[in-house]
Ligand binder design. Structure first.
Ligand code: PBG
Length: 327
């Protein structure tokens, strides 16, 4: 016995005994509106192309995507993160008509019933699969990349997108996007910056889905090194100073320790992206009978919330209501 007043073998167990007590002490409560569902839309003929490892997440053509979004809205999804996957690639993307068409079609069908974010990056549009335009010595051409991203943001906003999410990691892109959007009359469109995005092996299934694996080299010269806490926090601080409305860590599980420090350093809401490899690891465990998928998924979301995440981008958002997440 510890000598605490009334200390008994129940001193720690007392509040864990019943669902009512466990629910009362739930500090992570969240709703389906805190979750964002990614969708991959390609200009392909086939309706759905499965993505290895990502369960029921597929790359869809526009018609199939519209069906999927309608079902997802019925299932309680309110936020979507669109990844356009154009078939035609160029070294210097400059026009984004495919993106406009997809956004306009989704917003025409659903209006304000959903909030449509679009991922802004060049990797699905470039022949080499890097997130930037390269110069003739294959180095990052940052000014040219910013111009292309600005044009993409304005095209998306003209088509009616509700928010933009730059994921490219070029220096200065958040300010450039804010200025470009404002100049085009889109000063109400929020920016959710991928502000702390690490170079990671956990993006594997995504690169297949988005057709964006770099043809040569890797992304370590523009994404953050997992060993640097300083760069991780500074990168989010800079995005906040440049006008980001929402911040994000990515991958989520390997960045849990950074969520609270970034929120403190910036005063901004910080979300977590449960990336394709994290989600696929749960799918793989469940496929081998080593865990119950939905319970593992819910557990990871609860942990993101416990770590201080405001919102969660997850390939399982459409399952949330069936898992008992409140609307
Ligand atoms: C585009 C982008 C990537 C992801 C989101 N936006 C891939 C990358 O940076 O290589 C990864 C998402 C995921 O793995 O689920 N730059």
């Amino acid at each position: 016995m510890t000598g605490l007043p009334g200390a008994s073998p129940w001193s720690r167990l007392r509040l864990r005994q019943t669902p009512h007590l466990r629910n009362l002490t739930d500090e992570v409560g969240f709703t389906t509106s805190h979750l964002i569902q990614p969708i991959f839309v390609g200009d392909q003929v086939e309706a759905r192309r499965e993505v290895d490892g990502l369960g029921d997440n597929a790359r869809m053509n526009l018609a199939a995507a519209l069906d999927q979004v309608a079902r997802d809205v019925d299932a309680g999804v309110r936020h979507f993160l669109l990844f356009p996957v154009p078939a035609a690639k160029t070294p210097r993307p400059s026009t984004f008509d495919f993106l406009r068409g997809v956004i306009a079609a989704i917003k025409d069908a659903h209006g304000q019933d959903l909030h449509l974010w679009v991922d802004l990056c060049l990797c699905a549009w470039t022949t080499h699969g890097h997130c930037a335009i390269l110069d003739d010595r294959r180095r990052l051409d940052v000014p040219a990349s910013l111009d292309a991203l600005g044009a993409m943001a304005v095209a998306a906003a003209d088509a009616g997108v509700d928010g933009v999410a730059p994921s490219d990691m070029m220096d200065g892109r958040t300010r450039h996007l804010r200025v470009s959007l404002d100049a085009a009359g889109h000063d109400r469109v929020p920016i959710m910056s991928y502000s702390t995005k690490f170079a990671s092996q956990f993006y594997g299934p995504f690169r297949d889905a988005a057709g964006s694996a770099p043809g040569e080299g890797d992304r370590r010269h523009y994404q953050i090194d997992v060993r640097s806490r300083t760069d991780a926090i500074e990168s989010s601080r800079r995005c906040a100073a440049e006008g980001a409305d929402l911040l994000m860590v990515k991958p989520g599980l390997t960045s849990l320790d950074l969520i609270a420090p970034i929120a403190l350093a910036t005063g901004k809401l910080v979300g977590a992206y449960q990336v394709s490899g994290e989600y696929a690891s749960l799918v793989a465990l469940a496929d081998r009978g080593l865990g119950r998928f939905d319970e593992m998924l819910l557990e990871t979301w609860q942990v993101f919330r416990r770590a201080g995440a405001g919102f969660i981008i997850t390939y399982g958002a459409r399952r949330a209501r069936a898992l008992g997440v409140a609307p």
